[in-house]
Design a protein around this ligand. Structure first.
Ligand code: CMC
Length: 380
């Protein structure tokens, strides 16, 4: 009771393991995946290669990449049972909720659902990575009453997703989507990666660990921030109302979505890349209108939050706008985040399994002790 303990609220600055997966330089605004600069990976690599890099710790050889892509794409097709469920469930459900239940359900078909043996884990990983885009694209189409599009294993990961959503491929938009996937693929031991790690620390199974991560991603402070930022741009309505919106929000001590980060105390480099992508696109008028508001929010936020309080633009200031440009509605943003982040989560789960220990922190008890039990009849 009288223990002298330090409480680390939000686990800020608590280190729970060593990692070789990624490094966020929050002072200089740089991110490294397995030692490689994220900006260079976006420029020169593909999501397939980056997911291999994150999960296996090195860039693949030509043969390794070929096999990796073949193993993932041979899993694009969904079980008839999953498609049946997707057809049946109410269409109001969010893509993220659909994804988590579908992945758990896919686990039910896996005879070795609980195995943590390396070869079995490999089979599960390519299954999860292969089926996730198909689940999301199918949900996109079923909700609209469109016929489903069969996956095309000859297309790359990003291109196949765009194809399954639209019914026709687009090399240009697939390249943008590939950048989005790389940018979101990994980001250290954030809340969702930690949740997956807590689950696997009990030696649970991969499907459960990944869905723990998805559940944790859902909130507006994490994976829901891109959608919340879009909502904010719509509420603001026009660039000349941004200052007034800031005044009111900050006076009420409310948060500006798309700003702030536990690790970055400077402009998130991923946000810069997304902003440049948007600047280079011919945006449809509705997206362009919101982008102009976002740019004004960025300008005002730089003065009011970033320069003074080190609460700076993060990836979600612009990511929702890129999704909108690609034709994906607001509630798809956390699901696309999850689709990309699967490789980072899986990398953390595998890394933890190399030297596992049950995660079991403590809470300092500050309640009473020795109270007399009062029978219910005497409690009034
Ligand atoms: N707007 C206004 N004030 C803010 C913001 C913001 N976006 N973020 C933090 N603050 C203030 C907060 O009100 C608090 O002020 P005070 O000390 O006066 O009470 C102070 O900064 C510290 O806040 P905190 O919540 O303890 O800081 P944190 O490190 O836990 O915050 C965060 C990280 C991402 C939860 C927070 O910045 C936030 O809520 N941002 C808005 C949501 C958002 O954009 N999330 C996406 C994050 S990037 C994608 C991802 O990695 O998931």
């Amino acid at each position: 009771m009288s223990e002298d303990v330090v409480i680390h609220k939000g686990l800020e600055n608590v280190y729970v393991k060593e990692t070789r997966i990624s490094y966020i330089d929050g002072v200089n605004g740089k991110v490294y995946y397995r030692g490689y600069d994220l900006e260079e990976l976006v420029e020169r690599s593909s999501y397939e290669e980056v997911s291999y890099l994150l999960i296996f710790g090195k860039l693949p050889t030509k043969r390794e990449l070929y096999n990796w892509i073949a193993d993932i794409s041979s899993n694009y097709e969904l079980e008839e049972g999953i498609i049946k469920i997707l057809r049946e469930v109410p269409k109001r459900n969010s893509p993220l909720d659909i994804l988590k239940y579908s992945l758990l359900t896919i686990g039910l078909w896996d005879e070795k659902i609980n195995s943590l043996e390396r070869e079995d884990l490999y089979e599960k990983i390519v299954k999860i990575l292969g089926k996730t885009p198909s689940i999301l694209a199918s949900w996109y189409r079923l909700r609209r009453g469109y016929r489903l599009v069969e996956p095309d294993p000859n297309l790359g990961y990003a291109e196949n997703f765009i194809y399954m959503v639209r019914g026709e491929p687009s090399t240009r938009d697939a390249e943008i989507f590939d950048d989005i996937l790389i940018l979101h693929a990994e980001h250290g031991l954030n809340a969702s990666a930690f949740a997956g790690m807590v689950t696997i620390s009990t030696l649970s199974d991969l499907y459960s660990a990944v869905t723990s991560s998805i559940n944790t991603l859902k909130g507006p402070l994490h994976g829901g921030a891109a959608g919340a930022a879009l909502k904010m741009f719509r509420e603001i309505g026009s660039p000349d109302r941004v200052e007034e919106y800031f005044e009111a929000k900050l006076a009420r001590k409310e948060r500006i979505m798309g700003f702030g980060h536990r690790v970055y105390k400077t402009y998130d480099p991923r946000a810069k890349i997304l902003k440049n992508i948007l600047l280079g696109l011919d945006l449809p008028p509705d997206v362009d209108r919101l982008f102009r508001i976002a740019l004004k929010v960025e300008e005002v936020g730089m003065e009011r939050l970033c320069k003074t309080k080190r609460i700076c633009p993060n990836i979600d200031l612009f990511s929702g706008l890129v999704y909108l440009y690609l034709g994906l509605p607001d509630d798809f943003s956390p699901a696309i985040f999850a689709l990309s982040r699967l490789s980072g989560w899986i990398a953390h789960i595998l890394e933890y399994l190399e030297d596992p220990r049950l995660i079991r922190p403590r809470a300092k008890y500050v309640g009473e002790l020795g109270l007399r039990y009062i029978p219910i009849e005497e409690r009034g």
